[in-house]
Design a protein around this ligand. Structure first.
Ligand code: ZN
Length: 499
């Protein structure tokens, strides 16, 4: 490491400390803040965001990056990779004029209110002008970033969430996935849905069980918390502070449990980043949303929906959460939590059909940025695509194209990262099973440490040293492919549906 790198890292650390104060205010806003404080809180968050943006784009930051670039770091070193990532972040941030950033913030905040009203009233027409404005601003944003060489304008937005990914690469993986998933769903249609688990569990007992599970898988509650919100999320606040949230429904304990496990997967990734030594540097940051999502899905689905997990978890669930569970066998719970049937709502979809929901949104977004369609075309196209891919036609736009918050919030280019997460998960886990003998059998005894250690060593500790695609090849020896996810879903679901 050079002195110039140390100066850059020290400056970035101060910026990260400031940003983490903003994160804490944001977490509080979504959990415990009294509603009357909304206006002053928006001012606090806005002021910190502005100071952070200024520090990240100012001449002092540019000079420090230039000095580090010229300081003779070994090009193969982690520090050189870190400087490369500092440069990418800086160049992207300065390309956006601050007026555009401000307008996007204002318009999306109003558009989200308009979306809430339109969704409640099933009134797409009232939301359409707002959606048009958001899309227009995002097209401008994509133009400011510039189209990557050999790519398309949509790639520039995609790269905010999945650096270096292209729509063409994603399409190459999504297409075979879509075709084989569609065939799998036709097969499963011949079988019978597993019987549901019908029990009631108080929210407080569900919370206790959730804490027991996340502690057992290795989430450090001395450096994190679990609270309740309307929409579950994971907020990373500082080197030793990762906040998880979830929600509970008394008659559907699996909603709360899988929400908790999902967010804990994100939290374990955050807790595994080398933040003691590198807080504020790319070396202590996550690679991309796709890789982040691979970590959350892995604990939620690969672990949490396995028979081995339920063999361990069921007696604890019965004693901590609800005695009614003692009349069930692990096999029954396992089958019930793996029910796979086409449905209209993405966030309620099972592991197999979920990806089809994502592909529909990906195709629509891509067409928007190729200027082939406009906001007003979305409801019709949405319904046609749901009929073609899932065999269902939404009875209204509330259960159709108005269901997700993302577009009103300006998050275009975000959806594909959900399916990328599932794909990375399956590919990583095939490798983990090769590397760790008896991995799944260990879950039966509540032993999850070997898996967490493997994730720490192969994924978490690298921060942003490697690109997502590079990391995938380093860990698994193969570029990202649809095959592992398909093998995982087919081998699990076919026996459950006896086909
Ligand atoms: Zn997630």
């Amino acid at each position: 490491m050079t002195d110039a790198y140390q100066k850059l890292a020290a400056y970035a650390r101060e910026t990260a400390i400031l940003a983490s104060a903003g994160s804490l205010l944001d977490w509080d806003q979504q959990t415990y803040m009294p509603s009357g404080a909304a206006e002053s809180r928006a001012e606090q968050i806005g002021m910190i965001a502005m100071l952070v943006h200024t520090r990240r784009t100012c001449a002092a930051m540019r000079d420090r990056i230039e000095e580090a670039e010229a300081s003779g770091l070994d090009p193969q070193s982690a520090h050189a990779a870190s400087v490369r990532e500092f440069r990418i972040d800086f160049d992207r941030a300065v390309r956006l004029p601050s007026e555009l950033v401000g307008e996007l913030a204002r318009v999306t905040s109003q558009a989200q209110q308009a979306w809430k009203r339109a969704r409640a009233a099933d009134a797409f027409a009232s939301f359409a002008p707002w959606l048009e404005r958001v899309i227009g601003l995002c097209r401008t944003k994509a133009a400011c970033y510039g189209t990557p060489v050999g790519g398309e304008p949509y790639d520039a937005l995609l790269n905010e969430y999945e650096p270096a990914a292209t729509a063409a690469q994603i399409e190459a993986v999504f297409t075979p996935l879509r075709d084989r998933l569609s065939r799998l769903l036709v097969e499963l249609r011949q079988g019978k849905d597993p019987a549901p688990i019908k029990i009631k569990a108080e929210a407080a007992r569900q919370h206790d069980f959730g804490l027991y599970v996340i502690e057992s898988i290795g989430f450090d509650l001395a450096r994190g918390r679990l609270d309740t919100t309307a929409h579950p999320f994971c907020q990373d606040i500082g080197p030793d502070d990762v906040r998880l949230t979830t929600r509970y429904r008394e008659e559907h304990f699996t909603d709360g449990l899988y929400g908790t496990l999902h967010e804990a997967g994100h939290g374990l990734y955050e807790q595994g980043l080398p933040r003691d030594a590198h807080f504020g540097e790319p070396l202590a940051q996550s690679i991309s949303l796709g890789i982040h999502e691979s970590q959350s899905r892995l604990w939620e689905n690969w672990v949490g929906r396995s028979l081995e997990f339920w063999t361990w978890a069921l007696p604890h669930a019965a004693s901590i959460m609800s005695a009614e569970l003692s009349s069930y066998l692990p096999e029954q719970v396992y089958r019930a939590v793996n029910t796979a049937r086409p449905s209209l709502i993405r966030v309620e979809a099972d592991e197999a059909t979920y990806n089809l929901h994502v592909m529909i949104r990906f195709e629509l977004e891509r067409a928007l940025f190729r200027q082939e369609i406009e906001a007003r075309d979305i409801p019709g196209l949405w319904n046609e695509m749901y009929a073609a891919l899932l065999g269902l036609t939404p009875p209204d736009d509330t259960r159709g194209c108005l269901q997700d918050v993302h577009w009103s919030a300006g998050l275009l280019g975000y959806f594909p990262t959900y399916t990328l997460g599932n794909l990375y998960m399956a590919q990583f886990m095939e490798q983990a099973e090769r590397d760790i003998p008896g991995l799944k059998a260990g879950f039966c005894a509540g032993s999850f440490a070997a898996l967490l250690e493997w994730l720490r060593a192969n994924i978490h500790r690298h921060g942003r040293r490697y690109r997502a695609s590079e990391l995938c090849e380093r860990v698994t020896g193969m570029p990202l492919s649809a095959d592992p996810l398909l093998r995982y879903l087919e081998s699990k679901l076919r026996p459950i549906y006896s086909c």
